[in-house]
Design a protein around this ligand. Structure first.
Ligand code: PHE
Length: 339
């Protein structure tokens, strides 16, 4: 048999042996038998190379190298596929399989979204259904039906984010809602009492931005309408809500105030210490004004209701000790990772 025939025979035998292997251990045996540096068949083949006539050497040498490469490649490919003990990470110096793994960083819900989910959950237990309204509103829902007339300072263009649509002659004025009280109107327009709903969402005001004010923040609006809804129920609802979210030692107090859409109206504070010496305002509330009930076609002699609007960020800041409202929208992962 000449050298080239021997090389061909070696290749055929080696490839057949590789194909017959079932796992990596068997492949390793084949490697030693055919390619082993000390006593493998390749080594014997190499010895023959030295004896071929000079003029045949280039061709035989070339073929030898081709076969060596092909068999090695076939072996490597088979190793990846065969079942058995191939580690996912290549073994070698510097790889210690006993070390704990590196945990991939997982995303989480934004702290405010967690807060909102909890708000809805608590109010759900009190029998309030969650509902939503649009963030771009018309003047009827943001003002008129809420008893805020055209001349009221709350409608000043400088105090609201009006959209440019009206100015360009394409219909009624629209604005980013400045309060979630808009949803009170939308709910009452489309349903009849008894009503017990909350709506949590974003509101927009061109306020000076500082540690406690932002041009966009979240409110939870609450509305309860029925045949004999009272202010005492309003106060109890708000106290129980604050205690459910912040703890049993928190209480609320009402201060007389004014809103066009409630009468009487109150400002709501929560206690900031056990002695009740420090208070923080958390929102407004009151009994739904008869004019509002009329605006949605309810008879104020038949129904009464209460409404409240609470600042969501205020509660989250207190619960988590967040000193600056701007942290919620800066999206610094070092802040967000903590929740
Ligand atoms: N909408 C009021 C505000 O944003 C809060 C409020 C809601 C007051 C409901 C009374 C009743 O300031």
């Amino acid at each position: 048999m000449d050298a080239l025939a021997q090389i061909d025979a070696f290749e055929a035998a080696a490839l057949a042996a590789i194909a017959a292997c079932g796992d990596d251990a068997a492949l390793e045996q084949v490697r030693i038998e055919y390619l082993g540096a000390r006593s493998g068949q390749l080594k014997e083949l190499q010895a023959i190379l030295g004896k071929v006539p000079k003029e045949e050497k280039p061709a035989v040498g070339k073929r030898f190298n081709e076969v060596k490469t092909a068999v090695t490649a076939a072996l490597d490919a088979a190793k990846g596929k065969a079942g058995g003990s191939t580690p996912v990470v290549a073994a070698g110096p510097g790889v210690d399989y006993t070390l704990p793994g590196v945990r991939p960083a997982l995303g989480k819900r934004h702290p405010l979204m967690q807060t909102i989910a909890e708000f809805k959950d608590i109010m759900g237990r009190f029998g309030f259904t969650a509902c939503d309204g649009p963030e771009i509103e018309d003047e009827r829902h943001n003002f008129e039906a809420l008893n805020i007339p055209e001349v009221h300072p709350a409608r000043d263009p400088l105090d609201n984010f009006y959209l440019a649509t009206a100015r360009h002659g394409s219909g009624a004025a629209r604005l980013m809602r400045s309060q979630t009280s808009t949803v009170q109107i939308r709910v009452m327009e489309s349903s009849r009492p008894p009503i017990r709903v909350v709506s949590v969402g974003r509101v927009y005001r061109p306020d000076e931005i500082d540690a406690t004010h932002h041009c966009m923040f979240h409110q939870m609006e609450g509305l309860m309408v029925g045949t004999d809804v009272t202010m005492a129920q309003l106060k109890t609802t708000l106290r129980l809500f604050a205690q459910a979210y912040l703890g049993a030692d928190v209480t609320v107090r009402f201060r007389p105030s004014f809103f066009p859409f409630t009468e009487p109206s109150v400002e709501v504070d929560m206690s900031m210490d056990a002695a009740g010496t420090r208070w923080l305002e958390i929102g407004g509330a009151g009994m739904v004004d008869p004019n509002v009930l009329r605006a949605v076609g309810y008879d104020p002699d038949e129904f009464t209701g209460f409404a409240f609007g609470l600042g969501v960020e205020r509660f989250a800041m207190r619960r988590y000790g967040v000193p600056d409202i701007r942290l919620f929208t800066e999206n610094d992962v070092r802040f967000l990772r903590q929740f």
